[in-house]
Write a protein that binds this ligand. Structure first.
Ligand SMILES: [Zn+2]
Ligand SMILES: [Zn+2]
Length: 393
């Protein structure tokens, strides 16, 4: 683990820089400047990154003169935030880009739970609701159709234009709560005649999946019905085991009001599991399910997730917050870390962020989750899902 100190008087700058470095596995501390009492301690540090817009270079020069010149690590004046990713690449050794491509990529298009939350306090992690793409050799397996699917649709249109070929896509729906289907009417590729969209999921409790999806496009709610979508989406209800091309899929029930599926995918480059909405009750209380049923579901899930390489899991709450949300169908990150540790997960991606969770709050959660895992002796890489994030398997 590498350590960085970031120096800025601008809270937004600190949040964004901290998030970028955390996402790359760095440990980060921040200070506001080089004035006395607020100087970075350069022991055991691998880089110091200074916000050139809010920290005066004379201040940096004075600090260097008064002893900071013994610094053996790079001190970088960062001109603008938009160059952050390129800068972070140069600090990362070895670069992930040098790895040969397996053709399997995970992309995050919507990472928020419950309702879209645009605004300045969520700009870094993003405010769109659930949508993740598992792309295998340019074939998209789309996980959920929250508002993030709109941007994925635009990107798929651009890819199809470059390839000069129609799109053939699979969309897996975990469940039909609004934050997982509300983007579908705005998914542009479904409005292009030669494209094919196959939708898969469990049936809902009261209705078939096809009916629930069509209902949100009835004239009261939306001007175009699902039957009039030119790509003619076909909707299939799935069993516990199925295959999408070479990818083997296991579907399983999660603990969430209504009926909600989680999925485990076996790809040639390793396994991925998507559990967007799931309640873990570590104290064995009844949730919306009776205690024994919830425990049985949990034990089966740990078995199904055993040894998975990347687990994307609901981390809507902290344990303190969860106390007043028992039965709401979501987990505290501490319980997710414990389950991931028990299941031998390699890389945990915290997902379905609470609408109230700011960028600062997510950075804090990542730091606490890593500390909690270390305390428990789990060797897990932990990150928070962020819109635009890609993981090359
Ligand atoms: Zn949800
Ligand atoms: Zn839900």
């Amino acid at each position: 683990m590498k350590n960085a100190i970031i120096v800025s008087r601008d809270a937004h700058w600190r949040t964004v820089m901290e998030g970028t470095l955390l996402a790359r596995g760095w440990r980060v501390a921040s200070v506001e400047g080089f004035s006395e009492g607020d100087q970075p301690d350069a022991e055991h540090v691998h880089a110091i990154l200074v916000d050139a817009a809010s920290v005066d270079s004379n201040e940096v020069a004075n600090w260097m003169k008064s002893g900071g010149d013994h610094l053996k690590v790079p001190l970088v004046m960062v001109p603008v935030l938009s160059e952050l990713d390129a800068l972070a690449d140069t600090l990362d050794v070895p670069s992930a880009a040098s790895k040969p491509s397996s053709g399997v990529v995970l992309r995050f298009w919507g990472v928020r739970g419950s309702i879209p939350t645009p605004g300045p306090n969520t700009a870094f992690y993003g405010g769109n609701t659930s949508c993740v793409e598992l792309n295998v050799d340019n074939h998209s397996i789309i996980l959920d159709a929250g508002s993030g699917i709109r941007m994925l649709g635009m990107d798929l249109m651009a890819r199809a234009a470059r390839a000069k070929e129609p799109l053939d896509m699979h969309l897996l729906i975990s469940h039909t709560h609004w934050d997982h289907i509300q983007g579908l009417p705005f998914f542009v590729p479904a409005f292009i005649p030669n494209n094919r969209l196959h939708i898969l999921g469990y049936s809902a409790v009261r209705h078939h999946l096809a009916d629930v999806l069509a209902m949100q496009m009835e004239p009261t709610y939306f001007p175009v019905s699902m039957d009039d979508m030119p790509a003619h989406p076909d909707v299939q209800e799935v069993d516990d085991h199925f295959e999408l091309g070479e990818v083997k899929v296991i579907a399983f029930f999660t603990n969430h009001p209504g009926r909600c599926a989680g999925f485990r995918f076996e790809t040639r480059a390793g396994s991925v599991a998507y559990v967007s909405d799931n309640e873990i009750n570590s104290e064995g209380q009844a949730t919306h399910l009776p205690r024994e049923t919830a425990q049985h579901l949990h034990d089966r899930m740990v078995e199904t997730l055993h040894g998975v390489r990347i687990l994307i899991h609901d981390a809507q709450y902290t344990r303190a917050e969860y106390k007043t949300k028992v039965g709401w169908g979501h987990s505290a990150f501490e319980d997710v870390v414990e389950m991931a540790g028990e299941a031998g997960v390699e890389h945990l991606v915290l997902f379905h962020h609470d609408p109230m969770r700011t960028d600062d709050g997510i950075n804090k959660m990542v730091r606490e989750a890593r500390a909690f895992a270390a305390e428990k002796g789990f060797q897990i890489r932990i990150d928070a899902a962020r819109e635009g994030m890609e993981i090359h398997l």
